[in-house]
Design a protein around this ligand. Sequence first.
Ligand SMILES: NC(=O)c1ccc[n+]([C@@H]2O[C@H](COP(=O)([O-])OP(=O)(O)OC[C@H]3O[C@@H](n4cnc5c(N)ncnc54)[C@H](OP(=O)(O)O)[C@@H]3O)[C@@H](O)[C@H]2O)c1
Length: 296
Amino acid sequence: MADPIRILIAGGHGQVGQALAHAAWPDDVRLHRPTRADLDLTSATALAEAFARTPFAAVINAAAFTAVDEAETHPDEAFLANADIPARLSEATRRAGIPLVHISTDCVFDGALDRPYAEDDATAPISVYGASKRTGEVAVLSGNPRAAVVRTAWVVSARGRNFVRTILDAAVSRPELAVVANVVGSPTSADDLAGALAALTLAMIADPAAPTGVYHCVNAGEASWAELAAEALQLAGSRTTVLPIPAADRPAPAARPANSRLSCERLTRDYGVTMRDWRAAVADIVAELQLQRVAP
Ligand SMILES: NC(=O)c1ccc[n+]([C@@H]2O[C@H](COP(=O)([O-])OP(=O)(O)OC[C@H]3O[C@@H](n4cnc5c(N)ncnc54)[C@H](OP(=O)(O)O)[C@@H]3O)[C@@H](O)[C@H]2O)c1
């Protein structure tokens, strides 16, 4: 029997990491999802030992400091996870001669454009989180010639902490929810993202000359936070209504791009990956959450 294809998933127990574990991989793929206690990603020695022990075919980096507001007051932690760890993974994967698929964010943009962002639009982060993620992108791309940076946005799922779950939980006790209406983005199912990441990773493993660089991966269509909330509530059959408010009424420590729509054309062109509309994805998430409530 042929050797299995071993893929290391850094941050494999976060929201996207769990979705990667649930994705439909071929039978010969083995996912390795060490916890922080199993593998210290900040240690070049620990990484070298892990790579010496296991012949990984690729690494997917889903590890990150994702508390956007907290990053403003904890920049060292944010840069450690979002810039230093990607740099180490880039170096380790380059040495091993394997691809690195690194997940990044819409927050590398300032949101000033009035159209969806393309991969080569200028980055201009407006938060510590965004700056740390952009530094990580640069480290990944300069460290390993077989690297892909996959920017996603507004990730939601039936697992982990995310906007759809927060809204549906809040709706249980409140007849009206005030939600920001003048910020638009690309809601993205963690499961759909994981499917795309799996396809991209397998293609990069199979072909050492596969295209590299920056890719955007979000569900199709666009929404404001208020529209996303209203859709989730309607799908759940909730009577709670959405009160649209401006972002200025909901001040937060970290600035967010007012427009963070991403165009995924490059992913479709290079890898044939297309993403379905966000409404269909949210419908699946709400249905899964309802099943969880019936059979916890
Ligand atoms: N969520 C979104 O809306 C969104 C939007 C755009 C882009 N992204 C990007 O998508 C990727 C995955 O995000 P997510 O939503 O899955 O985040 P998440 O649920 O917060 O998971 C992040 C994972 O990273 C691990 N981690 C953090 N710091 C670490 C460190 N110093 N050493 C080792 N592991 C560390 C965490 O481990 P512990 O469980 O031990 O803390 C966790 O497993 C990230 O690159 C993020 O920037 C997310």
